[in-house]
Ligand binder design. Structure first.
Ligand SMILES: NC(=O)c1ccc[n+]([C@@H]2O[C@H](COP(=O)([O-])OP(=O)(O)OC[C@H]3O[C@@H](n4cnc5c(N)ncnc54)[C@H](OP(=O)(O)O)[C@@H]3O)[C@@H](O)[C@H]2O)c1
Length: 266
């Protein structure tokens, strides 16, 4: 589905990948509604989208408030008139071990990274089905393909997204509603700075993976053709994307390589 004239709701639009996707979609003529918690950053992103020639407004809310998501979706629908495309890009990272991470912190990661995306889809998909067209886009991760140390809840949430959205795609066959999973490798954003330590405090450091990752603008430019084609899934990043296939061919070798790279980064 090409963005021209489409009404597009994007979460995680205050920074990083979500913001870059918003700019590309607005540049392609989309009417975008930008969501995240930080209102000032959303307003700045909306101004940048208007600078690209698109229409843009903002709707701040907290993805962790699962009970409030249906109301947020109703507000988004009334602002846009209808929702042609939902882009779930909001998310939080993790930098605590599985054994040290307390349940409330692991739950918060699952809520924001998995349940919020699923609940927003449950709120907006019925309208798309009634109209016989729409697109549900979700930003997952290579961590939805393989786990890494200090990412247990994050990798669990991202694996859950793959299972949930793949199942959804089968259920929506013939309705005119497409499901697209964008699978980033490392992208140069604030994700590691905002990632939660075992006690729930922010990691605050820019990790080497993100520092050496691709630019979010490049990510968005490479994502747009996949969105336009309605591709089921698209891996976008550097060598770590090849890791998804290496992990299938030779998991032991891939693990050794991953450990060596992780050790080199500390
Ligand atoms: N960067 C990478 O290397 C990488 C790799 C794989 C996957 N990803 C995925 O890409 C997506 C975007 O992340 P990013 O890399 O662009 O990082 P980012 O710059 O930190 O963006 C995260 C976005 O999520 C929003 N967000 C976080 N918690 C929220 C909450 N409780 N309620 C509402 N919005 C919330 C943030 O906005 P506010 O703080 O304003 O709420 C921000 O807009 C995430 O799903 C992430 O898992 C990133």
């Amino acid at each position: 589905m090409l963005p021209g004239g489409k009404a597009i709701w994007i979460t995680g639009a205050s920074s990083g990948i979500g913001r870059a996707l918003a700019l590309e979609l607005a540049g392609g003529g989309g009417r975008v509604l930008l969501s995240a918690r930080r209102a000032a950053e959303l307003e700045a992103a909306a101004a940048a989208c208007r600078g690209r020639g698109g229409e843009a407004e903002v709707l701040p809310f907290d993805l962790a408030d699962l009970e409030g998501l249906a109301a947020a979706a109703a507000e988004a629908e009334s602002r846009l008139g209808r929702i042609d495309m939902l882009v779930n890009a909001g998310g939080v990272g993790q930098r605590g071990t599985a054994l040290a991470t307390e349940l409330p912190v692991a739950r918060r990661i699952m809520d924001i990274d998995f349940w919020a995306a699923a609940e927003l889809v449950r709120a907006v998909a019925p309208g798309m089905i009634r109209r016989g067209s729409g697109q549900l886009v979700v930003v997952t991760s290579v961590q939805g393909k393989f786990g890494m140390a200090r990412r247990s809840a994050y990798a669990a949430a991202k694996h859950a997204l793959h299972g949930w959205f793949d199942s959804l795609r089968e259920e929506l066959r013939g309705t005119g509603v497409e499901v697209t999973l964008l699978v980033p490798g490392w992208v140069r954003t604030d994700i590691s700075r905002q990632a939660l330590e075992a006690d729930g405090s922010p990691h605050r450091a820019m990790d080497a993976g993100q520092l050496n990752g691709i630019d979010p603008g490049e990510f968005a430019r490479r994502a747009l053709p996949a969105i336009a084609k309605g591709s089921p899934e698209r891996l976008i990043g550097g060598w770590e994307c090849a890791g998804v296939y290496l992990n299938r061919l030779s998991p032991a070798w891939f693990r050794r390589m991953l450990r060596r790279r992780e050790a080199g980064r500390r």
